[in-house]
Design a protein around this ligand. Structure first.
Ligand SMILES: [Zn+2]
Length: 156
């Protein structure tokens, strides 16, 4: 079985959004696609993660008394499935054109995050996380864990 590309994944999710959720349930679905702990809307609920999240019924009642545990994560650029932390409540946009603020590389499939009123671009999960670690402390998130630009762009 072949792995889905990021673009295919996005299309799959669109299909779910449009067809598999009946209209009367859609509104409810998007209400639930909101993180009540952090008061953040989750635009991509199938691909967003955090340590507070648990599966189960009665999702509207779970976690109400919890404190947020750690960061919200998204799926990063595909290099196998990896997760990248949000910039607090700001979701990084993945698989979008970007010019990397770290290495200046331009790519059609990069990461962009809006930070302090500026859109910052990154060529790879690694350079995004490298930047992220300049403003957030978390020793458990290691840049070396992610693919380097040299590995990702070996053909260019
Ligand atoms: Zn870069």
């Amino acid at each position: 079985m072949e792995d889905q590309t990021a673009a295919e994944t996005v299309r799959t999710i669109e299909r779910y959004r449009r067809w598999l959720i009946p209209p009367e349930k859609r509104k409810r679905f998007w209400e639930l696609s909101h993180c009540t702990l952090r008061d953040v809307n989750i635009s991509n609920p199938f691909w967003t993660y955090c340590h507070n999240f648990t599966y189960g019924k009665r999702s509207e009642e779970r976690n109400l008394k919890d404190e947020p545990a750690g960061w919200i994560y998204s799926s990063g650029l595909y290099e196998g499935y990896v997760r990248i932390p949000w910039d607090d409540t700001i979701e990084p946009q993945v698989s979008v054109p970007a010019k990397c603020v770290i290495c200046k590389r331009e790519t059609k499939e990069g990461i962009v995050v809006e930070h302090a009123g500026t859109k910052l671009g990154f060529c790879t999960n690694r350079h995004y996380v490298q930047w992220w670690k300049t403003i957030h402390e978390d020793a458990s998130i290691e840049t070396e864990h992610y693919e380097s630009p040299e590995e990702r762009y070996e053909d260019s």
